[in-house]
Design a protein around this ligand. Structure first.
Ligand code: SAM
Length: 334
């Protein structure tokens, strides 16, 4: 498509072809509502650039092992998993991973439906912790409450051009409730080394689609979490879905959670986007590229006070943040 003349790419037909390509990517979400490209007359582009393959799947880069299915633990439940069951392997595994958070007081000891993290409507009840869903070898039903991400997206979204941030993702005509599953941040799963190399090029171009898999639970048990070394990175530049258009906000309404389904390798979760508060119709969906934005804000404010701001910058090239949140930290790495 990019090789075709701009007047074709940038036409109503070009937009319809783009939407059709998205519709055909049904992997993991056969009944998902449409992703539409909405023309709001900002700039000359009618569609985003055809620079990537639209896919909901993870593409494994060089040196990244295939999913470890041999070591998957699955439940033998009949019907829907009962959270109170003493024999459900999935309830046990979820609890094992939550126990650290419960011990630290981050999570209460119980909640309705605990240790599962979803309520019966599939709404994420517990932020801050990894999600372990039932898997392909579990005998429970497809509509077991512990199968949400794997049952696909339920909310329509729009890809819309923004004034200063390129393209972005917006809610459709319906309000999206807090805790709703939005989509998988799909793309190439790369080693950290490959990710770093690509990052250098992306920094120059001013756009990056890299997401480091460095969730808090992976560092649990380490004496000094600063010793943590990242293993994998997801790059949505060449391959990805609509989530690659999610922009950064310093007051985000979405967050990316580690979600384990059909790979027992703890270092290779799926990156599942959920809303963290109700999202109004037509509101932009954004997450914090800094992970915990409050932590980042504190570090920057402290550094500003002590005149050591340069020390909190990493190798990234910084650009002005246009999230327009009242508490914007002012900058974004590109
Ligand atoms: C993962 S992409 C998001 C999609 C991108 N807007 C596009 O059109 O492809 C990340 C890039 O979007 C832009 N971006 C995202 N959030 C932004 C923000 N709050 N302020 C300024 N630019 C932003 C930056 O260029 C960033 O490198």
């Amino acid at each position: 498509m990019n090789a075709l003349p701009a007047e074709y790419r940038n036409s109503e037909t070009g937009r319809k072809v783009f939407e059709a390509v998205i519709r055909e990517a049904t992997f993991g979400e056969p009944d998902a509502p449409p992703v539409e490209i909405f023309d709001n007359n900002i700039g000359d582009e009618i569609t985003p650039q055809w620079e990537f393959v639209y896919t909901n799947e993870m593409w494994l880069g060089e040196g990244v092992p295939p999913p470890d299915v041999k070591n998957l633990k699955s439940c033998g439940c009949v019907g829907k998993c009962d959270p109170k069951s003493k024999t459900c392997a999935c309830a046990k595994r979820q609890l094992e991973w939550l126990q650290g958070y419960i011990d630290e007081g981050i999570l209460p000891a119980t909640w309705p439906g605990s240790p599962f993290v979803y309520d019966p409507r599939g709404i994420l009840q517990r932020p801050d912790c990894p999600i372990f869903e039932c898997n392909q070898f579990c005998s429970c039903d497809d509509d077991c409450a512990n199968r949400v991400v794997q049952n696909g997206r339920k909310w329509p979204v729009h890809i819309v051009k923004t004034m200063h941030k390129g393209w972005g993702v917006f809610a459709g005509t319906k309000k999206i409730p807090r805790g709703s599953y939005v989509g998988i941040y799909s793309g190439e799963l790369l080693t950290e080394l490959e990710g770093e190399e690509r990052g250098r090029y992306y920094d120059i171009s001013g756009r990056t689609y890299l997401f480091s898999i460095d969730f808090h639970h992976l560092k649990l048990g380490m004496q000094d979490p600063d010793d943590w070394e990242n293993i994998y990175v997801v790059d949505a530049y060449h391959a990805g879905n609509f989530t690659r258009f999610l922009n950064h906000s310093c007051d985000p309404n979405c967050r990316i959670y580690a979600c384990y389904i059909n790979d027992s390798d703890i270092d290779k979760p799926l990156l599942a986007v959920f809303t963290t508060r109700d999202v109004e119709p037509w509101e932009e969906l954004c997450f914090s590229y800094y992970g915990d934005i409050d932590e980042k804000r504190e570090i920057i404010e402290e550094a500003r006070k002590t005149g050591k701001e340069e020390l909190v910058k990493d190798h990234a090239v910084y650009a002005r943040c246009h999230c327009e949140a009242d508490n914007c930290i002012g900058r974004l790495f590109s």
